[in-house]
Design a protein around this ligand. Structure first.
Ligand SMILES: Nc1ncnc2c1ncn2[C@@H]1O[C@H](COP(=O)(O)OP(=O)(O)OP(=O)(O)O)[C@@H](O)[C@H]1O
Ligand SMILES: [Mg+2]
Length: 238
């Protein structure tokens, strides 16, 4: 039997924001694993401000988790590690993070973060370009499934919120990454469009073993994922 490293592994990962003299602990020694081999799909739920986006940002490397190098306040801190694709990220420089995001990660942000000078098609194709690939039949399928086929030449800043959200989803899936981090991906969509997006995500996870960690406030959307995790007071409850 061959062993394999988990796609994402956090061990005792904490995140504290410092605001003036105040410290605000958002993630408190979180340990979790996301496995690609089984296409693990997880809905992350919790109250506003509980740290859902922060957790996604830490996994994507947009926020650095607390270092465990503070011998004064914690003489023997537990070892804290973030491992991605079996590699400890502790020494990753910007170029490692960029490569990881480019090749292995699709992110759907809470604010869509589209490339506003570009049209819909170029936004969707952006991750492919970074990987020296071109628009392909999967992109056609994504655009069709998300109702974007007739909007491909439109500039993204001329679209409605729901349309922009669908472009953001297509862009995150275009390069079929092994990991998708999605922050309320259906927050601006009506029920029919939400269902379509959930089905697309489940198809991707089923056919390509894509692992998905998806923040949602919707029980209906959460039920599409295999597992539901709840975050409260800095801890994850499975
Ligand atoms: N860059 C930052 N600097 C200081 N505090 C921050 C920063 N980012 C997040 N926080 C704080 O961390 C806490 C968690 O924020 P986060 O955005 O992760 O919540 P959330 O669970 O995603 O909430 P929502 O459901 O409203 O999106 C909040 O109290 C927030 O104010
Ligand atoms: Mg959030």
């Amino acid at each position: 039997m061959t062993t394999h490293a988990p796609l994402v592994q956090l061990t005792n990962v904490s995140k504290t924001f410092i605001d003036g003299e105040q410290q605000h602990s958002v993630l408190d020694k979180i340990s979790l694993t996301l496995d690609q081999k089984i296409g693990q799909t997880v809905a992350l739920m919790g109250a506003s401000g509980s740290g859902k986006s922060t957790l996604l940002n830490v996994i994507a490397g947009f926020e650095k988790h607390d270092s465990n190098q503070d011998p004064v306040t914690a003489p023997k801190p537990p070892k804290s590690t973030l491992t991605l694709l079996g590699q400890n990220t502790i020494n990753w420089q910007d170029k490692h993070w960029s490569l990881f995001r480019q090749q292995s990660l699709g992110v759907i942000f809470q604010q869509f973060n589209l490339l506003t000078p570009l049209n819909v098609k170029d936004n969707i194709a952006f991750p492919l370009r970074l990987n020296h690939q071109n628009w392909n039949s999967w992109c056609e399928h994504l655009s069709h499934s998300l109702g974007l086929s007739s909007l491909l030449e439109r500039h993204v800043n001329s679209l409605s919120g729901g349309q922009q959200q669908r472009v953001a989803i297509a862009r995150a899936l275009a390069h079929k990454p092994p990991l998708i981090l999605a922050d309320e991906p259906t927050g601006n969509l009506d029920q029919a469009a939400s269902l379509e997006v959930m089905q697309l995500l489940c198809t991707l996870a089923g056919e390509h073993n894509t692992a998905i960690l998806m923040v949602t406030h919707s029980i209906e959307c959460a039920n599409f994922m295999q597992q539901r995790w709840h975050i409260k007071e800095g801890k994850i409850h499975e």
